[in-house]
Write a protein that binds this ligand. Sequence first.
Ligand code: CP
Ligand code: NVA
Length: 295
Amino acid sequence: MRHLLDIDDLSVDDLNEIIRRCAPGAAGRPLEGAGAALVFEKPSARTRNSMEMAVVQLGGHPVTIRPDEIGIDGRESAEDVARTLGCYHAVIGARVFDHDVLVRMAAVSDVPVVNMLSDRAHPLQALADLLTMTNEFGGRAGLVVAYVGDANNVARSLVLGCLLAGHTVRVASPDGFGFSAEDLDAFAGIGGEVLCTDDPVVAVTGADVVYTDVWTSMGQEDEATQRREAFAGYCVDQVLFDHAAVDAIFLHCLPAHRGEEVSGEVVDGPSSRVWQQARNRMHAARGALSWLVAP
Ligand code: CP
Ligand code: NVA
């Protein structure tokens, strides 16, 4: 049974196969006549819509479920929710606050479980990010990817994915908002180069890709003021972006907060590829779902 809880569940060959299946027509229709249960404990624009449309393109029927309709660990346990949904669906996607809920669902599920974002990881986003880099740089190997900001769920999956893909990573975060020792061990387990710094200029200088995400993730709203203060100086504005390589691109998983983690000039500027990246969420979802249900 295949599950996709974070991108390092994949081997390099698996990753390459998913990227191959992201191409138009390459994923087949393995969900013909089948359902996909998509559970959301938090809001979503891109993930819900890209996953629903990917399921349709694979021949299946998506059923999106809100937490109040299902009550994970309230009305019944996460395990029993997974067992129940597996009676009707060929795959279960879940966006949860606590990553451990996904681990518990996957442990008992009769069908593949895919993480649609947890506090730890966002593998479907990382797949779309890698697909965007592949398309934008014509498959060039050994890109330098700079991430500026909170070492959060998106950043963790991005770093793991970039290492699997053979890219070099630089991460700039303020003190207290960088990766944990456990994360650094996971990166070392894959191998490759990760530079962690508190200096955004060091991270961005000469980079091919400059990436950022919100300073306050969903579930951290009561830390927003403290985080805004801690991240002052970490905005990807034009002055910072100009340190990157001449043909560098800007990426952001979205939603973006102009004037906080990125300036409007950068996210809406000529080097930004955020809308190609958002569109690639659907292609990446199709490739990942195809790989999960039709090995
Ligand atoms: N990037 C992303 O996952 O967006 P949503 O939260 O809108 O799904
Ligand atoms: N880090 C953000 C990503 C949203 C797609 C969050 O978890 O809210």
